[in-house]
Design a protein around this ligand. Sequence first.
Ligand SMILES: [Zn+2]
Ligand SMILES: [Zn+2]
Length: 374
Amino acid sequence: MNKPRLLWLNITVFASTTLVALIGVPFYGFFYGFDIWQLLAMLAGIIICEISITAGYHRLWAHKAYQAHWLVRVILAIGGTYAVQNSILHWSSDHRRHHRHVDNDQKDPYSAGRGFWYSHIGWMLRDYQTGQDSNYNNCKDLKKDRIVMWQHNNYMFLVFFINFAIPTLLGLWHGDLIGMLLLAGVLRLVISHHFTFFINSLAHIWGKQPYSDKNTARDNSLLAFLTMGEGYHNYHHCFQRDYRNGIRWYQFDPTKWLISALYGLGLTTNLYRTPVERIEAIRAEMTLKRTAQKLQRLPNADILLLRLQAEYEALLTKINAFAQAKREWIEANRSKGSIMEGYDYEALKKRVEQLKQNFLEQKKNWMMLNARIA
Ligand SMILES: [Zn+2]
Ligand SMILES: [Zn+2]
């Protein structure tokens, strides 16, 4: 079978930046050295590139997880252009197909089923996508966004302009132009490229699957650290519209923190959160599935399975009761003053607390039972 044609522009960009990063940067560093300002400019550039992709390209545009003020969108579009990962429209179209056809070697543009190299970078080196939605029909909403279309229509110019202008200005300010071009220009681009690409490759190979094993996506906290919180990829593939990827307070998700902080400033709105009972239900279902598989080996499997099923159903009942009461409580607070006088807020609050305790207790029992059996 003939292989698709090579994409020489992409190959040239990846090959030249990689060679400079691997040879030019160490040589220059050895003979002339770098200082803290050059390293800081590189680090800041990596953060700007990555977070523009995660908060902008990914969660805002590809998934519509929230809405943002035009100023935020302009900044994210420019930051995303600095990251050199194609236009918002193109990137989002690929990404929506990735979610829709995940692991399908023909339809998922960076299917993990085709191996690490292909899902990491190989898919961009040849024209594997010919005929795949070249009109961006899965992004009709984005075609109406003027900032998205401005970036798309001027992409080549913007990429070259921004990627030369920012490191050059930094270099002129600093005094060592070549050093700055090497660190803030090239090494910054190579590192931010590969960290982001890890989500398509490693985050489908390495990590845990607490929510679903129906696709290859995994949760991996090391990758979350390298990618502004995108490493909780198993969660993300289950709840792609959620503006959060790391939902626990201890999970590293600076993209979520940024979106929340901008919400506090009135610059983002309609942040979508998956209802807690859906998250708990899918997680418990996954645990049930795993424990049931292990149980099959035991002689008293039937009895244990019945017990497990009963505890699982009790957990669902309790989380639903808590979630329902919490919604009522939020609603009552919202309409405080307008509803009947004498409405017993205190009683409702106490009920929510009680139902929360019931749920947490049941969750503990459930986890203990699973740990004991498994
Ligand atoms: Zn994925
Ligand atoms: Zn996604």
